[in-house]
Design a protein around this ligand. Structure first.
Ligand SMILES: CC(C)(COP(=O)(O)OP(=O)(O)OC[C@H]1O[C@@H](n2cnc3c(N)ncnc32)[C@H](O)[C@@H]1OP(=O)(O)O)[C@@H](O)C(=O)NCCC(=O)NCCS
Length: 152
């Protein structure tokens, strides 16, 4: 079967966990344990999304709705060899649209101060830095809190 580079974003399921975990391992200094990702999958109610290229999972994003109205982006990653092709943005936009459908007015996330690539992506998507959490990460690095207000 041939593939024309078809890209789809869809809710993740348990069968995707191995591929998601693989991306997690190559993307983060302190990867989420497999069991934690599995728990998020159960909790996130279709807000744990994967991006597939020709049937292969190359990225994921996971969001949760807190206090009924606030979206929280818990994690996003794209497989190393597929970065810089717009997939990260695509995942964020799909998550945003699902947040909107569920009445979310504001989205927040945390990002390492040194993660210039992710910060650049979030800024382009309209997020702004509203605060700092000192020593948020296990190695002592601070996090920026970034927020985006969603328009009606
Ligand atoms: C952050 C991440 C998800 C971005 O995914 P991606 O698919 O490479 O991003 P995109 O191709 O959609 O690019 C989105 C924006 O990111 C920024 N960006 C992407 N690659 C970049 C690079 N090499 N250098 C600088 N900025 C870059 C740009 O602002 C880009 O916008 P542009 O295309 O208009 O220039 C990816 O780099 C990743 O998985 N990193 C490791 C995990 C991580 O840090 N996650 C974020 C945790 S808060």
């Amino acid at each position: 079967m041939t593939c024309n580079g078809e890209v789809i974003v869809r809710p993740a399921n348990d069968d995707d966990l191995e591929q998601i975990y693989h991306i997690e391992l190559e993307s983060f200094k302190y990867p989420y344990p497999r069991e934690y990702l599995k728990a998020l999958l159960a909790l996130s109610g279709n807000l744990f999304l994967v991006l597939e290229v020709c049937g292969r999972i190359v990225g994921y994003v996971v969001g949760l709705i807190e206090f009924g109205v606030e979206g929280h982006v818990l994690s996003i990653a794209v497989a190393k060899s597929f970065r810089g092709r717009g997939y990260g943005k695509k995942l964020m936009l799909e998550l945003e649209s699902r947040f909107k459908e569920r009445g979310v007015h504001r989205i927040k996330l945390e990002v390492r101060k040194s993660n210039t690539v992710a910060i650049s992506m979030y800024r382009k998507l309209g997020y702004r830095i509203v605060g700092v959490i000192p020593r948020y990460y296990p190695d002592g690095e601070d996090a920026y809190i970034m927020v985006k207000e969603l328009k009606e």
